[in-house]
Design a binder for this molecule. Sequence first.
Ligand code: HEC
Ligand code: HEC
Length: 265
Amino acid sequence: MRPPVGVKVGAFALAVMGTYTYYANSIPQIQSKPPAELSLEGGNVTPAQLVKAGEEIFKTKGTCEICHRIGQKGTRAPDLAGVGGRAGKVKAGLSGKQYIIESLLQPGAYLVEGYPNIMPQADKPPIALNRSEVWALTAFLESLGGAVDVTLDDIPKTAGAPAGGGAVAELKLPGDPKAGEVIFTGKGACIACHKAGKIGASPVGPDLSQIAKIQTPDYVMRKILDPAGAGTVAGFPKGVMPPMFGQTLTAKEFVDLVAFLMTLK
Ligand code: HEC
Ligand code: HEC
């Protein structure tokens, strides 16, 4: 009998993932924010200023454009043109702004047809937007075909990365990225299908050059162990990424490989 996917490194991977979750949850939820972040709480801001701030976040810190385009199909995600207009009609009982906020904070709660559940929560690492930033971004998305009516009170108080979200993002990963790169180009042969920064050029699978900017270690681990189960990236064929890395890689090789991938930003 063939062992289930990931049986060899699966238990180890779970332990590592558990550690990430533990770290993420153990960071104290302090309200103060590093100065580089946008904070609009308590300030007077016009809808136009809010939309402008949101557009900036969309293009920069939000990293949204790595997956989404406006007026053009992105590589990994739906075209967001007109999303402000259609948002109110997507899910019964949710207004447009409520749907957009849910899309940002709980992307898996409703999946746009034809797309997998791969969007990271916008207020958690690696994106880690704060509450003001989620507010501005919602205003920007509403402005794409709809009216801007979101207020700060619409954004749940729990939204936003804990202070030192940076601390979570910079969490020291176990594993040796240099050794992982050797697995990427050698034993894992990932390079046959993926570009990763300066190495590789294959268009068979998605370009992984910025994967650490848009994805959690948890997703990357799941994707390597169970490519089909983690959801097929839009625009790419199903069943092409080999499913047997859980059996062929040793635990050390696996962790080194993940450490390498998490340097790609
Ligand atoms: C890793 C790729 C990825 C990133 C990064 C990402 N998204 Fe998404 N997003 C998706 C995918 C895939 C879907 C469709 C599946 C779903 O509904 O979750 C989606 C769905 C959405 C939707 C619902 C669209 C609709 O037509 O109903 C919105 C709104 C959205 N994303 C906004 C954003 C914003 C804003 C950002 C930046 C903070 C962002 N996304 C970052 C992949 C991504
Ligand atoms: C034979 C080609 C092939 C090989 C070899 C391969 N992959 Fe993939 N990979 C793909 C394809 C095609 C996709 C997109 C479809 C899907 O999601 O399954 C993908 C998707 C991914 C994704 C998700 C990217 C995203 O944007 O969300 C990651 C991460 C990934 N591969 C990592 C790896 C790693 C690490 C290796 C080596 C251990 C590897 N792949 C080997 C073809 C391959």
